[in-house]
Design a protein around this ligand. Sequence first.
Ligand SMILES: [Zn+2]
Ligand SMILES: [Zn+2]
Length: 199
Amino acid sequence: MSSAGPQPARARPWLVPVGALRRRPGSRLDVEVTAPIDELAVSNSWVPEGAEVHFKGAVESAVGGVTVTGRVRAPYEGTCRRCLDTARGELDIAIRELCVDEPDPELGYGVGKDWLDLEPIVRDACILDLPLAPLCRDDCKGLCPECGANRNRESCSCATSADPRWAALASVSSEGQAEQDGSVEPGVGDDDGPRQRTE
Ligand SMILES: [Zn+2]
Ligand SMILES: [Zn+2]
């Protein structure tokens, strides 16, 4: 029943045997693979080297190829776009791909007579899903533009742009003579709605 080909499962965990499947149209194989994939990274986030990437899904025979459906999960780390601390999260990606005997070299995924290599599919899914501008948390307060203090961990005496009195002063001075040195970020953390005076 099994083909007399190589048995690369140990060395190549993302290779799936599809020979029997492909000889029986309409048949399906449940597949689950957990293994690292090297060099999954975009500019500001990455899957840590050696971290396990998990695929769970199925391969089904189709005309001229196979379809792959399932989910990819992997942990990622990145550089928070506001505070530059480490951001962490998990990729969780739904996969649906057609792999054919003669794929478009630019766009398509191929499948052999006996083996399907899942790695390029899983790799591309991770690369496309890695965040380009990650956040360490949704409400990250970022760095003070004056002194560089991490506002998630400390408050500094120059952290004034969140103070409505200073924001009002900044907008006044930018309309008149600009005494500020331009370091106040207009509108950060402020809406433009009416504000009650409480004095
Ligand atoms: Zn942050
Ligand atoms: Zn500061």
